[in-house]
Ligand binder design. Structure first.
Ligand code: BDR
Ligand code: CA
Length: 322
């Protein structure tokens, strides 16, 4: 690594894989994690704050400020994913309550303060519904002058997870995601297409779980967590997806993903496609545009491919650092 660490802020809904992202960000020497902000998503926002503080404590992180953010999306009710992330939102691992407490500033105020105070432009990494980011952009648009870029986990080129076509983070607050896309700063979309592919093999998970270091061991426990869908037996395998942590890998090591600058639009209409990210991969205009249809979607750097082995090695090398 050369040069100074990249100042980053993670906006998360911790969340099993958000926790994996935090553990990586805290330990990567090329990243300077300046704040973490919390939003309702995988669980309620107070649960997200508690989980985030616990992870930072277990990781032995310095005193990084944590801001509590939106309790619910801009228009929709909160629709948590506890069937995936456990009743406590972080795998029900029985971790002790954190001794740390959240900042007195709420998430939007903390984001504003840290972005504007940073000596170098900040990279924002949302790994959650985009509610806090939309509120920030609407309340304090001046922050964009000190944002280098936004690398968000969300959306999908192909298949969704919350619905057949919509990814959870965008589906949970589609209006907020649409606001993000028009932020006027460079945006990278680390969507489900790459998110689903970075899966650690069982022997590595097993080794992490056996570590004497609490942060490393926690990474192993989180990777071994399996959601139990109604009527399904949990999988025996210990292999586990990096999930949101892949988006942080994409900041630390951007050459590990292949991106293309493409028009992206969020479907806001009610119905089956609500929350879908419509990614225009056509090589040229179609009949719609020829006959006067609009083509004004935001241009986003969309991750289309990922070097899986490279990110798995990067993750292990970072989280197993002494
Ligand atoms: C996203 O939704 C959450 O369950 C994960 O933490 C990730 O951010 C994947 O759709
Ligand atoms: Ca998340």
């Amino acid at each position: 690594m050369t040069g100074q660490p990249i100042p980053v802020i993670i906006d998360c809904d911790t969340g099993v894989d958000d926790a994996l992202a935090l553990l990586f960000a805290v330990r990567h020497p090329g990243l300077d994690l300046r704040a973490v902000t919390c939003v309702a998503g995988n669980t309620d926002v107070d649960g997200v704050v508690r989980n985030t503080l616990t992870v930072l404590e277990q990781a032995g992180a310095p005193d990084i400020p944590v801001g509590r953010g939106a309790e619910r999306p801009l228009l929709e009710p909160a629709r948590p994913a506890e069937h995936v992330h456990g009743a406590d939102g972080m795998g029900d691992l029985g971790l002790p309550a954190p001794a740390r407490t959240a900042s007195e500033l709420d998430a939007v105020a903390l984001l504003r303060r840290e972005i504007l105070a940073s000596p170098r432009p900040v990279t924002l990494i949302p790994t959650a519904p985009l509610t806090n980011i939309a509120l920030l952009l609407r309340t304090h648009p001046e922050v964009t002058r000190n944002i280098e870029r936004i690398v968000f986990m969300g959306g999908a080129v192909a298949t969704g997870n919350a619905t057949p076509v919509a990814e959870f983070n965008v589906w949970h607050d589609p209006e907020a995601a649409a606001i993000l896309l028009t932020a006027g700063v460079p945006i990278t979309m680390y969507g489900l297409d790459v998110f689903m592919r970075v899966v650690m093999e069982a022997p590595d998970v097993h080794r992490l779980r056996a570590s004497r270091d609490p942060g490393t061991r926690l990474a192993g426990e989180l990777l071994a967590h399996r959601p139990t869908a109604v009527g399904e037996e949990p999988e025996a395998e210990e292999a586990g997806g990096l999930g949101d942590a892949g988006a942080v890998c994409a900041v630390a090591d951007p050459d590990g993903i292949t991106t293309r600058l493409l028009p992206v639009e969020v479907c806001l209409a009610p119905g089956a496609a609500r929350g879908q990210t419509i990614v225009d991969r056509r090589p040229r205009h179609g009949e719609s545009e020829i006959h006067g249809g609009r083509r004004e979607q935001a241009l986003v750097d969309v991750a289309l491919d990922v070097d899986v082995a490279r990110y798995l090695k990067l993750y292990l090398d970072t989280v197993e650092r002494p």
